[in-house]
Design a binder for this molecule. Structure first.
Ligand SMILES: Cc1cc2nc3c(=O)[nH]c(=O)nc-3n(C[C@H](O)[C@H](O)[C@H](O)COP(=O)(O)OP(=O)(O)OC[C@H]3O[C@@H](n4cnc5c(N)ncnc54)[C@H](O)[C@@H]3O)c2cc1C
Ligand code: SF4
Length: 507
């Protein structure tokens, strides 16, 4: 008899594990364990989503005739680790082989390194074919390249998948990338769609009660029904997202007070848990384009996120070993408390943290250009920032969170992922949002006690790291603007930055 272990982010019937198992003969183990619930301070909504989705998936497998041993965290025996859970089941049955699909994270893979000797039986780790490019192919693409830019990777993926490619194997619409058409600010029109919600069932209610009991002091609100936690719900969310995708492209980079979702799909958590496959999501979007339901900038912009960014960050996580500590800019400032409390006068940060606490979600530009940009220019410790991102979002798993945080947002990887740091002053946030209108700080001021902190920190960042970035062609304009300032102005900006950094916890 084989034992098939299914991890919490492997909730897919297409998982290779199922092809190696026999429904009549073998047993499937799924376990909620303390080590997974606690390796970082997870948002309680994330814990809810994980456990509820696991329980729904176990039920689906049982209905399909699989023998499943489900070990809940609130059961008679709650296990400390996956190894302990497998041990317990293995001792009950005569198991000759353990089969699983490789975990997405190095954290777990390294824990499994001694499993064969520990369990004294073969442990078969299968390649995770749910991704569109294998790690071997990614390494092949990356090897020997001077610059590992996402755009070239993305074009290759378009060709490999055939998504939005015409009969001459050229990109639909004539352009590879409509990024320049994705930067409109949103001023209230057209109205943003309501998110798709679900009626909680008894599994959801039990999991919500368990979270309240076992994690009473955990961070974040729990709302059963807010996110898809079963395959059929994920499919409904996909249909809903595609039917509202027309404006995704236009307003992809927009932000607005009390509008947490705008035109974003909210599919990341379902994708990362395995409830949807990347290809089915992209095919649904391409189909909507060919039926003239969504414009090319929406379809291309969306598909780029999945076959481009999502696959690229996963490849980079392993290829660049981004699971190891990164801090190329030598930043060590502590994470201010308002990353948890939202108690700050900076309206943009307050909005982003408040909605993160309430929903386990902030969209990409909030993550990148508000909290990420702030962490970068304020010189916050990258590992502390990364741990925050890993904890607070419902879609956070190391393979996707660490490249985005350490590579894209914080430039802590030494610029191997992005050609220049995403450092911006308050002007960017003002252009893309309405946050500044109600902020205590003044986005137009660069010095003085009410000047927008992003402004002082931005100039300080440029001066602090000029030895590294001045020769970077893509930052030429930034440094030319700095050089236009008199030495007295530069001195005042430097001092402003110093004052803000000294008062970081109090902003
Ligand atoms: C600092 C930082 C940390 C992040 N951490 C995570 C994380 O832990 N988990 C996560 O899934 N995404 C992460 N992202 C990427 C992105 O912000 C989220 O995928 C997105 O906000 C999820 O919301 P959505 O489903 O509404 O996305 P949409 O805007 O609707 O995008 C569609 C889909 O594209 C994919 N996608 C978009 N951008 C990225 C990206 N940069 N990397 C990988 N996939 C992408 C997601 O699967 C997403 O569902 C992070 C970004 C930054 C800047
Ligand atoms: S003024 Fe500065 S701190 Fe305030 S919302 Fe605008 S960018 Fe953020």
């Amino acid at each position: 008899m084989h034992l098939g272990l299914i991890l919490g982010d492997q909730l897919s019937r297409t998982l290779p594990t199922f092809r190696r198992l026999n429904r009549e003969r073998d047993i499937i183990v799924m376990a909620e364990v303390w080590a997974e619930a606690r390796y970082v301070a997870h948002h309680r909504q994330k814990l809810f989503n994980c456990f509820s989705a696991m329980r729904h998936f176990a039920e689906e497998l049982e209905t399909a005739g699989w023998q499943v041993r489900y070990l809940p965290l609130d059961g008679d025996t709650a296990f400390a680790s996956l190894q302990a859970a497998v041990d317990a089941v293995k001792n009950e049955y005569s198991i000759d082989r353990i089969v699983l699909t490789e975990p997405g994270e190095q954290r777990l893979l390294s824990e499994m390194a001694n499993w064969e000797s520990h369990f004294n039986c073969p442990v078969e780790l299968l390649e995770d074919t749910r991704f569109l490019m294998s790690l071997a192919d990614f390494a092949h693409w990356a090897q020997g390249r001077k610059a590992l830019r996402m755009e070239y990777f993305y074009r290759l993926m378009r060709q490999r998948t055939g998504l939005l490619m015409n009969e001459e194997n050229q990109p639909e619409g004539g352009q590879w990338n409509y990024d320049a058409d994705n930067r409109r600010a949103w001023r209230g029109e057209p109205s943003a769609p309501e998110p798709m919600l679900f009626e909680p069932d008894s599994i959801d209610q039990n999991v919500a009660t368990m979270i309240e009991q076992l994690f009473p002091d955990g961070w974040g609100d729990v709302q059963p029904g807010l996110w898809p936690v079963a395959r059929r719900q994920a499919q409904a969310s996909l249909t809903h997202a595609v039917s509202h995708l027309s404006h995704f492209g236009d307003f992809q980079d927009a932000m607005a007070s009390d509008e947490p979702w705008l035109f974003h799909s909210r599919l990341s958590s379902a994708l990362n848990q395995g409830l949807l496959t990347p290809m089915e999501v992209c095919e649904a979007v391409a189909d909507a384009y060919y039926r003239d339901r969504i414009p090319i900038n929406a379809a291309e912009g969306f598909i780029r996120q999945i076959i481009g960014w999502r696959e690229y960050v996963r490849g980079m996580y392993w290829y660049l070993r981004l699971f190891e500590p990164q801090n190329s800019l030598n930043h060590h400032n502590a994470l201010p408390d308002y990353f948890w409390t939202a108690d700050t006068r900076m309206q943009c940060v307050q909005q982003s943290v408040r909605q993160t606490r309430a929903l386990g979600y902030a969209h990409h530009i909030q993550r990148l250009m508000v909290t990420g940009n702030f962490s970068l220019i304020a010189g916050l410790d990258p590992e502390a920032v990364s741990e925050w991102y890993l904890g607070v979002y419902v879609d956070a798993y190391q393979w996707v969170e660490r490249p985005n945080t350490l590579g894209m947002a914080l430039h802590a990887d030494g610029g191997r992922m992005t050609s220049k740091p995403y450092a911006a002053s308050g002007q960017y946030i003002n252009r893309q949002s309405n946050y500044c209108k109600t902020c205590w700080y003044n986005v137009k001021e660069t010095t003085g006690s009410r000047a927008c902190p992003f402004n002082g920190l931005y100039w300080h960042f440029l001066m602090r790291h000029q030895d590294r970035f001045r020769s970077n062609g893509r930052m030429g304009l930034m440094y030319r603007n700095l050089d236009k300032k008199s030495s007295a102005e530069r001195e005042a900006l430097w001092q402003q930055g110093e004052n803000i950094i000294a008062r970081l916890p109090l902003l």
